[in-house]
Design a protein around this ligand. Sequence first.
Ligand SMILES: [Zn+2]
Length: 703
Amino acid sequence: MCPPCDRGEGAAPRAWRQGDESVNRVLRVGVLPKVLSVDATPVLPSTRSASLAPPLRLHLGLGWAIAGLLNILFDLLPGEEARSGGADAVLAHAVDLGRHLGLGLLSICCAWLFQRGLPAGSPLGWCALAVFSLALGALSLPTDLDGLAERLGESLGVGPDLASLLIVAGISGAVPALAWLTRHRGWRRPWLGVSVQAASGVAALAAFACNVSISPGNNPSAHLYLSWLTAVLAAAALPRLELSLASEQRRITALALGAALGMCSLWALFGRHTNSVMIWVARRPSSLHLLAVLQRDGGLDNVHATVAARAGAFFAPRSEARPVPPSRTRPAVDRPVVVLFSIDSLRADMLGRPEGRQAMPQLFALSEAGVYFTRARAPGSMTKFTLGAVSSGRYFSQQYWSGGKNRWPREDKSVHLASLLSQAGVHTAAFRAAEWLDNSVGILRGFERSLFEGEHLAINANWIDGKALTAQLISELEANADRRGFYWVHYLDSHSPYVRGGGAPFERYLHALGTVDAYLGQLREAITRLGLGERATVLVVADHGEAFGEHGARFHGSSLYDELIRVPLLAFGAGVVARSIDTPVSLIDLGPTILDWFGLDTPSSFMGESLVPLLLGGSRPFARPIVAETGLKQSMLFEDGYKAIRDLRRETLELYDLKNDPGELNNLSDQIDPEHEEHMLLLRSFFQVHTYRENGYRVPYVK
Ligand SMILES: [Zn+2]
């Protein structure tokens, strides 16, 4: 991994040969360890056969071992349930430690090979380390740090690409710089050397802390880089260690030990581990997923033809399907007005918790006064996944994403909900909290009016405050009160880091939700004031949930567990028959529902089915599956209450019986049961059939 920088064994530096006493003193007390062997070691034995010149190589190996042990220690700390013990956890620790040791041994071998070809006194070793560090950083960091780069670019007044370059150069350049400092022999004061070593140790711990806390479950290449950073900085911080292999017996012992460790590493790196062990490894953000940085598409194995025949029309290509006509039972509403009120990061269970009800009195009142779908799921756990799916009726991997670093469905050909409504003469308006919800970007498309105005939110200078959005929505309703209308407002006020109040993160989250709840109250008042009570129907949804430690995760986007994809879905106002509905539904059904409400056909490309019969007090059978995706994870909810999750990047499978295990803690996918295989087959088949394919195109799954 890390090329060494040694001058070669026995090539003592000039200062040593000339008897520089200050250097000798420092070396003797072991203040300057031999980590990265630019620093020749005067105490090395004079012949190759007497020693493997261990300081550099040994330290690199130990650095990786330390990174692996830190992972285990971290898991032993009192923490969430997801990190508790069990046989799977022990095996997962062994696999992860084995992988760390494997990389340690690989580093030792690379260092040894590199060092043999390097001329004495050459600075090439340092250059190689710097180049390696920069290359690894450039390959693994930019995609994952684009948000940070954007913010830095804005504050420095430079473009995001330059900002990204600065960040990568800063992080990657710090490694060789710090390592060089720990090897530097010219300190006049020994304590300076000790301080640099201590700084390297602190930096290693900081890299580890970042690794376990930043974006758990996402950004595998950044996590791999942070593991490497931890190992190298830990190596640089180690005090001098000597491994003398002068005797035959010691050499044999060392070889035997190396061979045993090598075997363990090979088992950890290339052995077939059970699915449940791999899920354990996958849930720990700092564990090594060497293959996880590679994108997978799971391959095609022609299972879909047989599955499609059994599973129904939504498991076959939709291009041949016919548009779906409106429901026979029509809502008794003249010139309908529909407002889609979407709230960022609102968990479904907030309506069932006393603190949630207290924070959102409006929403709670509506859950009793309107139609309340208690088991609604979002089609993704990231904003653009869900909003794009609602608008286009198609899942993320069905759309065509193009562009450079930040890809958008600008050239996607999907038919969008608002386009169909606008064509039918319905007034359509979007109130955008974010610039990228503009028609031209393609997440939302087809709105007659698309407003992005008002005061910016304190949490993100690119986002608009909900107060302005609500005022614009109400004045647009007023100005077009006579027309049929569809209005979509999305609030980002409740997005992390929740700055609407003080206290712990969950308290601040409640404050932020309370702010948006008040806007819902303003909308209700306006509907009454404008005399739209007999015509306006409001749909309240969230784009995804929010994790507060469940499954070791924070925020959203990292997984498809219910804390992230189960969302509120409420409908109130004209035409709806108030009740609570336990039938599982998906926000992918919103497009067909709204088209149906206006009496329009739903194109066959829409993957949902209309909820209008349910809103009117009736029922209907559903043929479409309830699917979600985020990054390279895909999930499907089945009628029997089972939920399957597949991770294409880590190649893990999960299956939960939500009736008996709503917290999704007991993974059943390893139990031999043909019925479970059927669930997995359906999930795989669905995406094999529907994923967008074109020569040279890959779905840009990131994070
Ligand atoms: Zn969101």
